[in-house]
Design a protein around this ligand. Structure first.
Ligand code: PLP
Length: 409
């Protein structure tokens, strides 16, 4: 397959759908007028027949791309199953057991799993587990963090003012997210924990929505060292970076640390809070999910995704192809007349920073018109997060499209 623009987007079919949505729905965070119809491999087809190369993976939720044969087999299997959405915290099902078992085989030893629906819910339960142990003390999160939009998680999100205005917050303290080992604020955590009692520290390893900022190794090691010293649970949010995106199952594996609690979602298809057994709330009913803990189909697809990532060595693919993209985009930055100011990332989680928000926004819209899907992060960054199955020739196609786009912005 290849990208193909047959009618300038949005075509008539897309317009009709967007008009209906505009009249009836809240205008959330739509970036450009893509109306998705179908997909295959690393390509998405819109309702007017345009085919786009997808460098978004729907923010990491489609690690095997689209119409992957193994996933299609699961969907076929469930096409005759009547009870697919169950009260999954009240009744048991095989899919829940199998996904939990798979997850526990890829996280640090001695963890337990709690399955829910989304990333925000994974974070909500992570912080509940910490509060339960530590009491209703302030939590600590990083500047530019994103941990979700439900009200509890939102307190610890700090990436864009628009996400928070007028919304009340839980008690919180914030620290700088340090990307450089030389950052003068890198040891702020030591004083913070010496002088304050807190319930937890929560952080990403690569800040996603905040701008694809990669944590300094020393920063993460210090967070681990001082949270251990003061007996404070360290929560690592792997909702965007997890499940192989960085070339390891979890981004924290690149840092030689292990969390006490972790939040997972997106590529998993459902949400999961994973925690050290010692932190188990014990008493029944302390935790439960919103509705059901994921549909049975999503649970089954999530388990299949883990199997396929393992069977097809997609962690190595993410590392290898990620290296190729990183180099190609750094070359592009050199050729960009200063429009691209930085390229950074781990594996297939790569951010490209532009000179300004205006240039970045124009790049994204023009890429869309050329047949390449990209999404923004932070103020002036785009994320390059293709499906983990991407091949070298598809990378080349994407990079060529980006060069074309640079010429017109
Ligand atoms: C790091 C991180 N945490 C939490 C969330 C929230 O996940 P969800 O959108 O599934 O609620 C996101 C979503 O982008 C995320 O990137």
């Amino acid at each position: 397959m290849k990208h193909k623009i047959v009618v300038e987007p949005p075509g008539q079919n897309a317009r009709t759908i967007i008009d209906t949505m505009s009249r009836n729905c809240y205008n959330s965070t739509f970036v450009y007028p893509l109306v998705i119809e179908d997909g295959e491999g690393c390509y998405i087809k819109d309702v007017d027949g345009n085919v786009y190369l997808d460098f978004t993976s729907n923010i990491g939720s489609s690690p095997l791309g689209y119409k992957h044969p193994d996933v299609m087999d699961v969907l076929k299997e469930y096409s005759n199953t009547g009870v697919h959405k169950i009260a999954g915290q009240d009744f048991y099902c095989r899919e829940h057991a199998e996904l939990a078992e798979r997850l526990l085989s890829i996280v640090p030893k001695g963890f337990k799993a709690f399955l829910i629906n989304s990333g925000a819910e994974a974070v909500e339960n992570a912080i509940k587990i910490a509060y339960r142990r530590m009491g209703a003390l302030p939590g600590v999160s990083c500047i530019n963090a994103f941990h979700g939009r439900t009200l509890g998680a939102l307190t610890f999100t700090f990436s864009k003012p628009v996400q928070k205005s007028n919304f009340p917050e839980l008690p919180v303290k914030r620290i700088k997210f340090c990307s450089s080992d030389d950052d003068p604020e890198i040891d702020a955590v030591e004083n913070l924990l010496k002088e304050n009692k807190v319930a937890f520290i929560i952080t990403e390893i690569v800040q996603g929505e905040g701008g694809y900022n990669v944590a300094s190794k020393r920063f993460i090691k210090m967070l681990r060292e001082y949270t251990s010293k003061y007996g404070v649970p360290l929560i690592i949010d792997e909702v965007q970076s997890g499940m192989g995106r960085t070339g390891r199952w979890w981004a924290f594996e690149h840092y030689g640390v292990e969390p006490d609690i972790m939040a997972v979602a997106k590529a998993l298809q459902v949400g999961a809070t994973l925690y050290r057994r010692e932190l188990d709330p014990g008493q029944q009913g302390v935790l439960s999910s919103t509705w059901g803990g994921g549909s049975r189909i999503d649970l089954a697809v999530g388990a299949k995704i883990i199997d396929v990532i393992r069977r097809d060595n997609l962690l190595s693919n993410a590392e290898r192809i990620g290296g190729i993209i990183l180099k190609a985009l750094r070359d592009m930055a050199d050729d960009s007349n200063g429009k691209v100011v930085d390229v950074r990332g781990i594996g297939l989680m790569i951010g490209v920073e532009f000179i300004s928000k205006e240039v970045r926004d124009s790049f994204i819209i023009n890429a869309f018109k050329h047949g390449l899907l990209l999404l923004p992060a932070g103020i002036k960054v785009i994320r390059v997060i293709p499906p983990l199955i991407i091949r070298e020739d598809e990378v080349q196609e994407g990079v060529e499209l980006m060069y074309e786009v640079l010429k017109v912005i």
